[in-house]
Design a protein around this ligand. Structure first.
Ligand code: PAF
Length: 291
């Protein structure tokens, strides 16, 4: 028998968390937009190792989508998601309605800083403002001690970490390593939208990052060499359309154009890429000097 509780509005969520905290229990939080996969369940397991109770939120946030079509086609398998949470021993699912989150008269936005102006920011105007606004609201309702975000959305993780510190939330933000399928493809809710042919072709994304790491490890290679090798791998795949590959500092997200300017050590620099398969956009990233 599961004791999972589903809560649909902020006041009920806050009351549940207040009661857990009164009992001296800590709360680990995994925010999601649903369509839960093994990657999310790994985040839940991480939260469960760190805290007494785990809360998962499921909310497809209209504020962070650039295209109505993308928002409308986003998968919403709520029954499967609740079953997955039950199996993962989640204590509470917070699944607010859009009306509970953004009632008539709603007007406040949380504006991120410079980290949102780089990388994905210019390509997705308003996206990170939508993300930090909803995450701030979710933090307000869930009142977690710890929140876990996947490293796949590396820029999102950096922006949320900055926001949590800047706004004195007191919430510890944890970045969980990317979970991958056996062939290396990063797990994502978007993977189910790939045709079988596109899914096979998508292995070029992690392979392009393998190639980037191999080139970066070669003495004398430049960032431009690294990007070129990664791009070549993607461009050799007819079903893939390369959007960008970039090398950036893990702390500031600023682009690295000269390896002489940085320390070649694990954790200092990352490589990220975005690749389209039909109308599905996949992103991935790696520590460039891993191992
Ligand atoms: O990463 C996501 O799924 C979303 O951006 C998040 C953090 C749940 C906010 O809607």
């Amino acid at each position: 028998m599961s004791n999972l509780i589903t809560l649909a509005d902020p006041a009920a969520m806050r009351a549940w968390s207040a009661e857990r905290h009164r009992r001296g229990r800590t709360i680990g939080f995994v925010p999601t937009m649903g369509a839960l996969h093994a990657g999310h369940i790994a985040l839940v397991a991480d939260a469960a190792r760190r805290c007494d109770d785990v809360v998962v939120s499921i909310f497809v946030n209209p504020l962070q989508f650039n295209e109505d079509a993308d928002f409308n086609s986003y998968p919403r398998p709520i029954d499967d998601d609740v079953a997955a949470c039950t199996g993962a021993r989640v204590a509470a699912v917070y699944a607010p309605t859009a009306a509970a989150m953004y009632p008539d008269g709603y007007q406040t936005r949380v504006v991120p800083g410079a980290l949102a102006d780089l990388m994905e920011g210019p390509m997705r105007p308003g996206h990170f403002e939508g993300v930090v606004t909803v995450v701030t609201k979710l933090f307000g309702a869930v009142q977690p001690d710890v929140a876990i975000f996947g490293q796949k959305d590396y820029q999102q993780l950096a922006i949320v970490t900055q926001m949590a510190a800047d706004l004195d939330t007191g919430i510890e933000i944890i970045g969980h390593p990317i979970e991958r399928d056996p062939d290396g493809l990063a797990q994502s809710s978007r993977n189910v939208r790939l045709t079988p042919e596109q899914r096979s072709a998508a292995v070029c994304v992690p392979r392009s990052l393998d190639a980037a790491l191999a080139t970066a490890a070669r003495r004398g290679s430049t960032p431009a060499d690294v990007v070129a090798t990664a791009m070549n791998v993607v461009e050799a795949e007819p079903l893939a359309a390369h959007e960008y590959t970039t090398i950036f500092r893990a702390d500031t997200l600023t682009e690295v154009t000269d390896f002489a300017a940085i320390e070649r050590r694990p954790g200092s620099v990352r490589v990220a890429t975005a690749v389209w398969f039909g109308d599905v956009r996949l992103i991935d990233n790696r520590d460039l000097f891993d191992e």
